[in-house]
Design a protein around this ligand. Structure first.
Ligand SMILES: Cc1ncc(COP(=O)(O)O)c(C=O)c1O
Length: 398
């Protein structure tokens, strides 16, 4: 049977991890894989997470299944964290949330739901976008397309091009939006631009699928969900794929949630039924541990405060790294070319380097960024800024 299968090319980003591991240089820097690192280069277990785990170890009395929709305390917290309590109550039962294995699981479930509802739906993602969007969503069989997003010259969003592309979509198209901390560019929309966009969505009957993977790592826990709350208040339907991988540092625990906003409470109940059946047919039950950690933190005020304080310090660290790197690159190159890095949000910036320059960074300077020259700014440390800026300066001619 299996002789029919051809070898598969390894995932480009995982290839960087392998190359980085094989590099023997003491100066090597991994700015490829999208995980937060502290000043010592570690991806730490957050203090509130560790404490919650200790409490769970002492108190958990069963390992039985959590149920088809996952942990309900977790789901309620996600709704409150993402939408805010006022919006949740104003929506009067129109929103439902199901726990998923990570943000990836949420994106796939959202796409499967759309496929069930309207299988000819056109789905568009930003150009560029997180590379996994296309296989995760397009893997359902939905038709995928792109809309223009990034403006290389400014390091910002090409809002005019974005709006005219969305304006030309067929009504009912599904538009994947990064709620904050756009991956890979770091370029986000301003509140005013989101307001223009929500009016366009309403006018053109477009349906948003928000990908929320970095809440709290951009401008703040509340600021990072501005667009989602705005759209929820004004549109009849919306999907949100939430990941707790970065915001709680729970990457390997696979914690996420898919949220659906329907035009009525009755319709929301129907969507919940479909999502449960989709999950049942794909993997049956969600893993418990990670969602239970989030629920434990959510319902213990000191733990919740400790989590949000630690998240704030991570956010501030990334911001300081952005400012430091932009200034070091300014000194090395003698021009403001990289100033955009300090104005962007979240973990990533797209450096705009050629493939040859990306290659030279790795082979000559032991600095690893993604093949499209996406840098994980959160993988830097203050001590390495000078080295990284000098190396980027050195490969710029390539
Ligand atoms: C934009 C974006 N969406 C979703 C995810 C999904 O994350 P996970 O499945 O690990 O929760 C990621 C992770 O890197 C991401 O960058």
């Amino acid at each position: 049977m299996f002789e029919t299968l051809e070898p598969q090319a390894p995932d480009a980003l995982l290839g960087i991890t392998t190359a980085f591991a094989a590099d023997q240089s003491p100066d090597k820097v991994d700015l490829g894989v999208g995980v937060y690192r502290d000043a010592s280069g570690a991806t730490p277990v957050m203090a509130a997470v560790r404490q919650a785990e200790q409490m769970m170890l002492a108190e958990q009395i069963s390992k039985s299944y959590v149920g088809m929709a996952g942990n309900r305390q977790f789901a309620a917290f996600i709704e409150s964290m993402v939408l805010g309590d006022a919006t949740v109550s104003a929506l009067a039962g129109r929103v439902i949330t199901l726990q998923t294995p990570g943000g990836c699981g949420a994106l796939r479930l959202a796409a499967e739901l759309v496929l069930r509802a309207a299988k000819t739906t056109q789905v568009v993602v930003s150009e560029p976008t997180w590379p996994n969007h296309v296989p995760l969503i397009g893997g359902t069989g939905l038709t995928m397309g792109h809309y223009p997003y990034y403006q290389v010259a400014t390091g910002g969003v090409d809002f005019t091009a974005l709006c005219s592309a969305l304006d030309a979509l067929a009504p009912g198209s599904l538009v994947v939006l990064h709620a904050c901390c756009h991956n890979p560019t770091g370029a986000d929309l301003s509140p005013t631009q989101w307001q223009t966009l929500v009016a366009l969505f309403a006018r053109r009957s477009l349906v948003p699928l928000f990908d929320l993977a970095y809440q709290g790592l951009g401008a703040g826990l509340e600021e990072d969900v501005y667009a989602i709350r705005l759209f929820a208040a004004q549109l009849p339907e919306m999907l949100v794929a939430v990941s707790c991988s970065k915001s709680f540092g729970l990457y390997r625990e696979r914690v996420g949630a898919v949220m659906a906003l329907a035009s009525s409470a009755r319709q929301a109940g129907i969507l919940m039924g479909h999502l449960q059946i989709i999950a049942r047919r794909m993997y049956s039950m969600s893993p418990d541990h990670g969602a239970a950690i989030v629920a434990t933190i959510a319902h213990n005020l000191p733990l919740r405060q400790a989590w949000s304080d630690e998240l704030a310090s991570m956010r501030q660290r990334i911001r300081a790294l952005r400012v430091g790197l932009a200034s070091a690159l300014g000194s090395v190159t003698g021009e403001p070319r990289f100033d955009f890095i300090k104005g962007q949000q979240g973990m990533f910036s797209l450096l705009g380097l050629s493939p040859a320059a990306v290659q030279a960074l790795a082979t000559e300077h032991h600095i690893y960024v993604a093949p499209d020259s996406r840098m994980n700014v959160a993988g830097l440390s203050e001590a390495k800024i000078e080295h990284v800026a000098t190396a980027i300066g050195a490969v710029l001619g390539q």
